[in-house]
Design a protein around this ligand. Structure first.
Ligand SMILES: C[S@@+](CC[C@H](N)C(=O)[O-])C[C@H]1O[C@@H](n2cnc3c(N)ncnc32)[C@H](O)[C@@H]1O
Length: 334
């Protein structure tokens, strides 16, 4: 007799299928098939894979209905597999790619047992490397990261762009500003603003490209560096958007201190942190666990954020609205 609960549970816990799909996404197998490279040998050559093993992967994905045999004797993409095509409507290829931000984050979940035991990021425990460093090191693939982060910013970004009083600000540095999406939005909305993104090299390269493409090279720039090291001075506002939530208290205080030192007595540090802890829906439950597995993500209450500011020698000078997803706090150096 079939125990359907046991089968269902085992199917939920299956790791092979998700990984096989992600390898296909990373290697862009669907796009290569659509472009006419359909044999196992041809695909192996195209993606620089071990031919016999790639064929095993392809056969497995045929068995799962993602690819199928074509009448000409090659592989082709099925309707189910179509979202693996880069330009398909609602394509998931970039999201699943193992060299993209989100794909890398999910790989860290193999360290989930360690995370649950210790509260430490599983990614580093599993791979021995820092998640953000790996994201930054993705070779020449900055645009994948750029597109992923861009799609994630919209709603929260608007709060920062429209709620804070930017009228008296001349120069803003988006510290850990990722691909520059937020800075570009700020510069477009407030044409008097000049700004810079400071981020790890891979992200900073992505930001530089986006800034150029947006025609904002005259007012904005991207700087490669770490916010754990001294930060270039000379900006009126140092913005930390969704940064502190990735770091434990001692690092978060260090980052705030670096910003305070760079801002000096006349500058400000604007903290726009994440509030996911307040969300109670299934998506938030998933995101909270996923992030904890990737980065040590101590999402903080307003009170805790204020305490961090004080520990970094900063004084709260303005408190903005708090939404379900963001806080907005402005600090000044004492
Ligand atoms: C959660 S993302 C936030 C991106 C963006 N500020 C936003 O609001 O969407 C964290 C960012 O911090 C950057 N980052 C991580 N470690 C860093 C470091 N040591 N120095 C500078 N940037 C870093 C990452 O590359 C990434 O762009």
């Amino acid at each position: 007799m079939r125990d359907s609960n046991a089968d269902d549970l085992a199917a939920m816990a299956d790791l092979l299928t998700p990984l096989a799909i992600r390898v296909a996404a990373t290697l862009r197998l669907a796009d290569h098939m659509a472009a006419g490279v359909t044999t196992g040998a041809g695909l192996a050559k195209k993606v620089d894979a071990h031919p016999a093993t790639l064929k095993k992967l392809l056969r497995y994905l045929v068995s799962r209905g993602i690819f199928r045999w074509s009448e000409e004797g090659g592989y082709e993409v099925t309707e189910l597999g179509a979202p693996l095509l880069d330009d398909a409507p609602g394509s998931v290829r970039r999201r699943l790619s193992m060299d993209g931000l989100l794909g890398l984050a999910e790989l860290g979940l193999v360290g989930l047992l360690h995370t649950v035991r210790t509260g430490e990021a599983g990614y580093k425990a599993a791979f021995g490397r820092d998640f953000w460093q790996d994201v930054s090191d993705v070779p020449d693939d900055a645009n994948v990261l750029a597109d992923e982060v861009a799609s994630g910013l919209a709603g929260d970004g608007r709060l920062i762009v429209h709620t804070y009083d930017w009228s008296g600000v001349r120069r803003v540095m988006d510290v850990g500003g990722g691909n520059g999406t937020l800075l570009i939005e700020l510069a477009r909305t407030h044409p008097h603003l000049h700004g810079a993104v400071l981020d790890l090299p891979g992200m900073a390269r992505a930001a530089a490209q986006r800034i150029e493409r947006a025609g904002l090279g005259g007012r904005c720039e991207a700087i490669e560096g770490s916010f754990l090291d001294p930060i270039p001075p000379g900006f009126d506002v140092y913005l930390l958007s969704a940064i502190l939530c990735d770091w434990p208290d001692d690092d978060a205080v260090k980052i705030l201190r670096r910003c305070g030192d760079a801002a000096g007595p006349d500058g400000r540090v604007l903290v726009a942190d994440m509030n996911l802890i307040y969300d109670d829906d299934a998506d938030a439950a998933r995101m909270n666990l996923l992030l904890t597995g990737t980065v040590p993500v101590p999402v903080r209450t307003l009170k805790q954020l204020k305490r961090l500011g004080a520990a970094a020698g900063l004084e709260l000078s303005w408190e903005g609205p708090t939404t379900r997803r963001r806080t907005l706090l402005e600090f000044r150096a004492h």
